[in-house]
Design a protein around this ligand. Structure first.
Ligand SMILES: [Zn+2]
Length: 338
């Protein structure tokens, strides 16, 4: 009799354990699904940038297209591992006054002198970081270091992509100051995920950039000048729709997620008149142009004879560790979008 009872308890424990496991894993999956929202666009941008490249480069990049696509999101994963990573993804340029923010020196050294490195880091270093990674990529080309070329191409593509997103250039990056919380992911993830397959990605050929600094600041300022519209139009659509028409619940695998409704999203997209598509197209062309420029500045090394490279076991383990941190951990630094 006692034995049967303890057996029953064992079953009970097993069931409780299973339920806990299910609840736990669904919470975990939900977190992962949310965190992955912005990744679609980054991967698409890096992938399409390959097709803007000249014949001397395209063969090499096509051979490694899965790598530069998949690793387009590494910098976001690193935000879970390193504190210094977050400010590379944005610049709260409105901290420095009003458009075109003339008081902010465009050169790093001058900006440091005027505002100190701590301040620059506190409000984001996106444009200067892009310059830095372009120099790193140029060096990797000079050294014909396949591993570095691919890693840095993927990273640089990510940072350039971020710089084309208006909400990566403002203190009000998630609408948190204007009661529009969630707009960051709405703009850069939800809209491209819903409508991005219909965008026209034919952007032409990568261009040589005479002045990386100038070009970078130009697209950062374009992003900054769009912030007001991005926010104002969301307010307008919100006024047009009832709250229960704004947020919907969507099934993603086993998870139910709250998100912006499709009709609401379509109306927002319509009001912005193709802004997300334009910024994505521009990002694709920019990424290709930066890769191309780094290669030219390195003296156009022959990429047909460059050594092949595959992830070593150690590197694969490092990748997995980063992935694990990303899935479980909290972001070190600002909870920004992607
Ligand atoms: Zn990012």
């Amino acid at each position: 009799m006692k034995k049967i009872q303890s057996l029953r308890f064992k079953y009970l424990y097993a069931i409780v354990f299973l339920v806990m496991l299910l609840v736990g894993s669904s919470l975990f999956l939900q977190k992962k699904a949310q965190a992955s929202w912005g990744f679609w666009a980054h991967q698409r941008i890096n992938r399409l940038a390959v097709f803007t490249l000249p014949p001397e480069m395209i063969k090499f990049y096509k051979k490694n297209i899965e790598y530069v696509t998949e690793h387009a999101i590494d910098p976001d994963k690193r935000r879970y591992a390193s504190k210094g990573e977050a400010p590379r993804h944005y610049i709260d340029i409105d901290h420095y006054g009003v458009y075109p923010f003339d008081s902010l020196p465009r050169q790093w050294d001058e900006a440091v002198e005027k505002y100190t490195e701590d301040t620059l880091n506190a409000y984001g270093i996106a444009p200067w970081n892009i310059e830095r990674f372009t120099r790193k990529l140029t060096r990797a080309f000079e050294e014909k270091n396949t591993r570095r070329i691919l890693q840095l191409s993927a990273d640089l593509g990510h940072y350039i992509g971020d710089g084309h997103v208006p909400l990566h250039t403002t203190k009000n990056y998630n609408g948190q100051l204007t009661n529009q919380k969630g707009i960051h992911g709405f703009w850069e993830s939800r809209l491209p995920e819903l409508f991005g397959d219909d965008y026209d990605y034919w952007v032409g050929k990568a261009q040589y950039l005479d002045n990386i600094n100038e070009y970078t600041w130009k697209f950062i300022l374009e992003s900054a000048s769009a912030v007001d519209s991005v926010l104002a139009m969301e307010r307008q659509v919100t006024a047009e729709f009832d709250t229960d028409q704004k947020y919907c619940y969507e099934q993603r695998g086993v998870i139910t997620m709250k998100t912006y409704c499709e009709d609401f999203s379509a109306r927002y997209g319509e009001l912005m008149d193709g802004m997300v598509e334009r910024r994505m197209r521009k990002a694709v062309l920019s990424v290709g142009s930066f890769w191309f420029t780094a290669w030219v500045n390195a003296g156009q090394p022959d990429l047909d004879t460059i050594e092949e490279w595959e992830l070593s076991q150690k590197e694969e383990e490092k990748d997995k560790a980063l992935e694990k941190l990303f899935k479980e951990g909290a972001i070190k630094g600002r909870e920004h979008g992607n």
